[in-house]
Design a protein around this ligand. Structure first.
Ligand SMILES: Cc1cc2nc3c(=O)[nH]c(=O)nc-3n(C[C@H](O)[C@H](O)[C@H](O)COP(=O)(O)OP(=O)(O)OC[C@H]3O[C@@H](n4cnc5c(N)ncnc54)[C@H](O)[C@@H]3O)c2cc1C
Ligand SMILES: NC(=O)c1ccc[n+]([C@@H]2O[C@H](COP(=O)([O-])OP(=O)(O)OC[C@H]3O[C@@H](n4cnc5c(N)ncnc54)[C@H](OP(=O)(O)O)[C@@H]3O)[C@@H](O)[C@H]2O)c1
Length: 288
C-alpha cells in the first residue's frame, strides 16, 4: 500500500478554552485538517448528554446570514455522518467542500475555537443493530461515504461480531483516499481496540481502495471489479452470500442503487433496517 501525504494539513492541536455558547446547540471546534482542496475533517466538543450508535448521523451547521427583510437569523443545517466512534470524547466529521454549497462554502473556513451547531438527535441505518449475525462484514464507500465507516472501524463491536472486516473505498483521485488510508493505518496503534479485542485485531481488516479518474495501484469502480470477479480474487474471499456476509453501503445514489441491485439479484441478500435486521443496509452519502 502506498503512503500518501495530505495536500494541505493545517492541523491545530491546541484545544481552546470552552467559550460561552452563542449559538443554539453550540459545540466548539477543536481541530481542523484539510486533506485536499475538496475535503476536510474536523473535531468538535461532544454534548455531555449525547449518546449515539457508531455509524449514525446528526444535523450540523452554522447560522445563516440575517434575512435582509426581517433581520431574523436561522440555522443552516445539513446531515453529517459522525466519523468518530460512539465511545470517543469528541466528535469528528469528514466533509466535502462544495464551491457554491450554502453550508460547506462557509464551513470549510472554520478554525479551532469557532462554534458550530450540532443538533443532538442521532439517527441512521448504518448500525450493527440493523444486521443479522454473520461472519464477514463489508463496508462499501465512495467519496465522503467513508465517514460512517471511520466510526464503525473504530467501534469494538465490529471486531467482536465479525471474523473479517472488508472496507472498499472508490474515489475519483488518489488524494481523496488519504483520510481513509491514514485512519486504517492508525488502527494498528489504537489502544482501546488492541486492549478490548486483542493485539493484532487489525489483521481482520482487508482494505480495498480504488480510483476511477487518476492513476493508482488499483483502478476501477468497485461495482465493476465485483462483477468481473477481480475484487473477490484479490481479496481472497468468495462473492457475498446470505449465510456469511453482511454489508453496509454509503455512496452516491447511483452507486447505492447499483450495489443494492447486485446484492438482491445476484447474491441473494435482503435489505435490513433498525426495525427488521437483515443482510445489508444502505445510506446516501449526500443528496444528488
Ligand atoms: C444521511 C446523510 C449523511 C451525510 N453525511 C455527510 C458527511 O459525512 N460528509 C459530507 O461532506 N457530507 C455529508 N452529507 C451531505 C451534506 O448533508 C451536505 O449536502 C454537504 O455538507 C454539502 O452542503 P452544502 O450546503 O454546502 O451543499 P448542498 O446544497 O447540500 O449540496 C450541493 C451539491 O453538492 C454535492 N454534494 C453535497 N454533499 C456532497 C458530498 N458529501 N460528496 C460529494 N458531493 C456532495 C451534491 O451534488 C449536491 O447536490 C450527508 C447527507 C446525508 C443525506
Ligand atoms: N471529486 C472531484 O474531484 C470533483 C471534481 C469536480 C466536481 N465534483 C463534483 O462533486 C460531486 C461529487 O463528487 P465525488 O467525486 O465526491 O463523488 P462521486 O461523483 O459520487 O464519485 C465518487 C466515486 O464513485 C464512483 N461512482 C460513481 N457512480 C458509481 C456507480 N454507480 N458505481 C460505482 N462507482 C460509482 C465514481 O466513479 P466515476 O469517476 O467512474 O464516476 C468515483 O470514483 C459531483 O457532483 C461532482 O460533479 C467532484
Amino acid at each position: 500500500m502506498n503512503e500518501m501525504t495530505p495536500v494541505t494539513d493545517i492541523a491545530t492541536n491546541a484545544a481552546p478554552e470552552k467559550a460561552k455558547p452563542a449559538l443554539p446547540d453550540a459545540q466548539t471546534v477543536t481541530e481542523v485538517k484539510h486533506w485536499t482542496d475538496k475535503l476536510f475533517s474536523f473535531k468538535v466538543t461532544r454534548p455531555a448528554s449525547l449518546r449515539f450508535r457508531s455509524g449514525e448521523f446528526v444535523m450540523i451547521g452554522l447560522m445563516n446570514d440575517p434575512d435582509p427583510k426581517t433581520g431574523k437569523v436561522k440555522p443552516l443545517l445539513r446531515a453529517y455522518s459522525i466519523a468518530s466512534p460512539s465511545w470517543d470524547e469528541e466528535m469528528e466529521f469528514y466533509s466535502i467542500k462544495v464551491e457554491d454549497g450554502p453550508l460547506t462554502s462557509r464551513l470549510q473556513h472554520i478554525q479551532p475555537g469557532d462554534e458550530i451547531i450540532l443538533r443532538p438527535k442521532p439517527v441512521g441505518t448504518l448500525v450493527h443493530d440493523a444486521l443479522l449475525p454473520g461472519k464477514r462484514i463489508w463496508f462499501f464507500a465512495t467519496g465522503t461515504g467513508f465517514a460512517p465507516f471511520a466510526s464503525l472501524l473504530r467501534e469494538p463491536q465490529t471486531y467482536e461480531d465479525y471474523d473479517e472486516v472488508i472496507i472498499t473505498h472508490t474515489c475519483r483521485t488518489a488524494g481523496e483516499l488519504t483520510y481513509g488510508r491514514e485512519l486504517i493505518e492508525s488502527l494498528k496503534e489504537d489502544e482501546l481496540l488492541n486492549e478490548v479485542i486483542g493485539e493484532g485485531f487489525w489483521k481482520k481488516i482487508k482494505y480495498y481502495p480504488t480510483t476511477t479518474r487518476e492513476e493508482s495501484p488499483k483502478m476501477g469502480r468497485i461495482t465493476d471489479l465485483m462483477r468481473s470477479g477481480e475484487a473477490f480474487a484479490e481479496l481472497g474471499v468468495p462473492p457475498l452470500n446470505p449465510e456469511s456476509d453482511r454489508a453496509m453501503i454509503c455512496g452516491n445514489l447511483a452507486f447505492n442503487l447499483e450495489l443494492k441491485d447486485l446484492f438482491e439479484n445476484t447474491y441473494g441478500l435482503e435489505e435490513g433496517a433498525n426495525s427488521k435486521p437483515a443482510h445489508f443496509v444502505v445510506e446516501k452519502a449526500f443528496l444528488d
